[in-house]
Design a protein around this ligand. Sequence first.
Ligand SMILES: [Zn+2]
Ligand SMILES: [Zn+2]
Length: 381
Amino acid sequence: MDWLIMHSSLWVPAAVAWEAGKPLVIEEVEVAPPQKMEVRMKILFTSLCHTDIFFWDAKGQNPLFPRIFGHEAGGIVESVGEGVTELAPGDHVLPVFTGECKECVHCKSEVSNMCELLRINTDRGVMIHDGKSRFSINGKPINHFVGTSTFSEYTVVHVGCVVKINPLAPLDKVCILSCGISTGFGATVNVAKPKKGSTVAVFGLGAVGLAAAEGARVSGASRIIGVDLHPDKIQLAKQFGVTEFVNPKDHTKPVQEVIIEMTQGGVDRSIECTGQIDCMISAFECVHDGWGVAVLVGVPSKDALFKTHPMNFLNERTLKGTFFGNYKPRSDIPALVEKYMNKELELEKFITHQVPFSEINKAFDYMLKGESIRCIIHMEH
Ligand SMILES: [Zn+2]
Ligand SMILES: [Zn+2]
């Protein structure tokens, strides 16, 4: 009973999406105390990712509203529920949309990060423990989003989705490691693993693709070929180590043939970050025979089918796919934060915009117009 006495609801501002595609509304929301294996945290900084936009737009999926979006963030633990021993109030943390229970077959596997219990679930709007939401307005429940719902001054997250990090790390920078940047960077350094001096192609130069390029730069790749339909990405991409740019629109032949010619036989590694099926096939077919590895990161449409001649495999090309950069959130992300602290990974260049929480809808505008890579939303003024 002690838990019930110690913990009470908080009434705080949260940005509620009442309807698909409509601007968020800042509302006073009741945030219930954390239950068994849950953590309530104060969000200090959050950023907007394409996945938020995709589900807010709710085109072609089951709409789930009202809902509090947001999944890239940095904050501080306020209170913990029953059974939480690894975290305490005051800990600096990053919530992550996919978790690590540390007990399932995936968590026990050395190679997998696809936790059975806490793997991303975009259709669930409630907590696992009791199937209820921790957010409400006048008793009416508001749905969670991917277990994080960071567009709220306080949120409740399963302990398995909370990464404890170095308290000296600036949360307004490392918050972007919650999702997109880790996804792209990890796809390169953990999965593609380019050797020093190698050639890498990156398809799609949004935040994830630029992070994949940053991974290639950090790995010492000598040529990084960026592939994108928007020529205005060239200047920006250079900051992330991209040395050459290919716009498929500038060529009559398939982009894989262009890249094979540019590199006398193909790239050593390629990373696909658009989710377009044709790009996925190009990314695979543009790797060098004998040793080339292609890594798929972008999420394809429901009906997409991957078609290539099996000879491409027999000629010793490898095709892989990865999720969240193959990082186990709780075990691996603290070390990635340290990489930033040791200046081995640059985060500032991803952050193009900043807005106060009251202007969160501006962050949506910047991303919808393609102006921003990452916009940091400051919860406090
Ligand atoms: Zn697990
Ligand atoms: Zn994301």
